[in-house]
Design a protein around this ligand. Structure first.
Ligand SMILES: *[C@@H]1O[C@H](CO)[C@@H](O)[C@H](O)[C@H]1NC(C)=O
Ligand SMILES: *[C@@H]1O[C@H](CO)[C@@H](O)[C@H](O)[C@H]1NC(C)=O
Ligand SMILES: *[C@@H]1O[C@H](CO)[C@@H](O)[C@H](O)[C@H]1NC(C)=O
Length: 451
């Protein structure tokens, strides 16, 4: 309490109020943070500055980032060919999207899906006693020139085209090596009419979703992938912090959304999105649609992300401005959510079942009497997709492995009152331990004032 008496600021309400409920350490941190904020002192190496360029540090942050190298794509194709060979399958099929991006550099944005299939097909062939991948791009004939503009890495890419009056699936099957076994694995996102098409073209062939031996290849991230995930998640958190410094009581949710978009644009992040929710609007986890004005007693929730060379970020912060007067009760809830996030992080290790991590976070919120307000799963995998397998949720029996990356996002949603969510993504390192993708810029939030 003595410390706070020395804070000669008109805005001590936030600092003084939590005293009755929260331990001294947290309050002291809080007090120091707010004091430095008001005196404009630079308290971090990330450019905590009230003046000058609002986006300081964002432009440079991911400048050094490198896209996935051709050699890594070749390695992925080789691993896929080996897995297919072991599984006695003749081909793996993916449509433009995350899996085709992973194995062939064909993203969903580089080729839009239409009723005419363009497919990446990878087959194992034996050459000089070795299993090697044969990569086929099945394309509509009149689109072949455009398909050849796709930069598909790999020594041996064959373009096979189908005419408008031909059956694309029969053409695709015909292009497979003649020794082909009677099984084709499709990526889980391949549309049903394509699966049907293959099945009708070859009734004797078993067309099935790719098994874990194949899906796990993309789930477990390489060093190069983790470097991209780290950078894009870090810069997304820096953007939230930079936007916090531009905010004031009276600003609208839509204005904050624009600020986030500006910050992420400056940072070189593409596919940007943001949810900005004030006060009771944050009690709807996916938004409200009212363009609310920030009030004196509102908590602010920003959930945002985007991508860097196709790798995604996803960060949520619930925070306050220094002159906010948030009810003590809500500040207490904030620290409960924070404790749940910490507990989940500490529980996540190689070999642990994913549902266990969700359970640990849930237990903390139950102990705080907030269990019924934690209405969604703890987290999702992240990589070439913003949400991908495996998931941290009750009922899941997936086992955590090195290279997995997940969001850790406990939250509470009290309808008509308040919503609090804190989200940092983490990965499992080679020692089997969890490491925040945002660790390079401090990781988890410190307190409601310092996201
Ligand atoms: C992957 O495709 C992008 C364009 O979408 C291209 O810039 C990049 O060079 C390609 N990567 C490789 C390794 O070919
Ligand atoms: C490419 O695949 C074909 C078989 O489809 C094979 O004859 C050729 O040797 C392969 N080339 C390379 C460089 O692997
Ligand atoms: C296809 O393969 C799957 C997985 O091995 C199997 O469960 C299914 O029964 C097979 N379907 C047919 C029609 O053979």
């Amino acid at each position: 309490m003595g410390r706070l008496d020395n804070v000669h600021s008109p805005h001590t309400t936030l600092l003084a109020r939590p005293l009755s409920r929260l331990n001294g350490k947290v309050v002291a941190l809080f007090a120091v943070g707010a004091l430095l904020w008001f005196t404009g002192i630079n308290i971090s190496r990330w450019g905590f500055s009230k003046t000058g360029d609002p986006w300081v540090g964002l432009v440079e942050h991911c400048k050094h980032a490198k896209p996935i190298a051709e050699s890594e794509f070749a390695e992925r194709q080789h691993k896929l060919a080996h897995a297919l060979h072991t599984l006695k399958a003749s081909a793996y099929v993916a449509e433009p999207g995350a899996s085709a991006q992973y194995f062939g550099n064909i993203s969903g944005s580089s080729w839009s899906l239409s009723e005419r299939p363009l497919l990446l097909m990878v087959s194992p062939i034996i050459q000089a006693g070795e299993v090697v991948p044969k990569v086929i791009v099945l394309t509509p004939s009149f689109e072949e020139t455009r398909a050849k503009l796709l930069t598909i890495p790999g020594a041996n890419v064959t373009y096979v085209s189908w005419q408008e009056d031909e059956d694309p699936y029969a053409v695709g099957l015909h292009a497979l090596p003649s020794s082909a076994a009677a099984r084709i694995y499709v990526d889980g996102m391949v549309r049903h009419f394509i699966v049907d098409g293959f099945q009708k073209a070859a009734p004797g062939v078993n067309v099935t979703s790719a098994p874990p031996e194949i899906t796990s290849l993309r789930e477990r991230k390489s060093r190069a992938e983790l470097a991209l995930l780290r950078c894009v998640n870090e810069v997304t958190l820096l953007a939230i912090r930079a936007v916090q410094r531009q905010m004031y009581i009276g600003i609208r949710e839509s204005q904050v959304k624009d600020l986030i978009d500006q910050a992420l644009t400056v940072a070189g992040v593409t596919d940007r999105w943001a949810l900005v929710l004030f006060g009771e609007n944050a009690a709807l986890p996916h938004g409200s649609g009212t363009d609310r004005v920030l009030g004196q007693s509102d908590l602010i929730l920003i959930d945002t992300g985007g991508s860097l060379y196709e790798y995604h970020s996803d960060v949520t912060r619930t925070f306050v401005l220094p002159n906010t007067q948030v009810p003590d009760e809500y500040l207490g809830h904030w620290f409960a959510v924070h404790a749940a996030q910490t507990a989940a992080f500490n529980a996540a290790k190689e070999g642990v079942v994913t549902s266990r991590v969700d359970e640990v976070a849930r237990k903390v919120l139950v102990e705080h009497g907030l269990g019924q307000y934690f209405t969604h799963r703890l987290g999702h995998g992240i990589g070439l997709e913003d949400h991908e397998a495996p998931y941290l949720r009750g009922g899941s029996d997936d086992i955590i492995k090195a290279g997995h990356a997940f969001s850790n996002e406990p939250g509470i949603y009290i309808q008509g009152k308040v919503g609090i969510r804190l989200e940092d993504c983490f990965y499992i390192n080679q020692d089997g331990d969890a490491v925040y993708l945002t660790v390079g810029v401090g990781g988890q939030a410190l307190d409601p004032l310092r996201p």
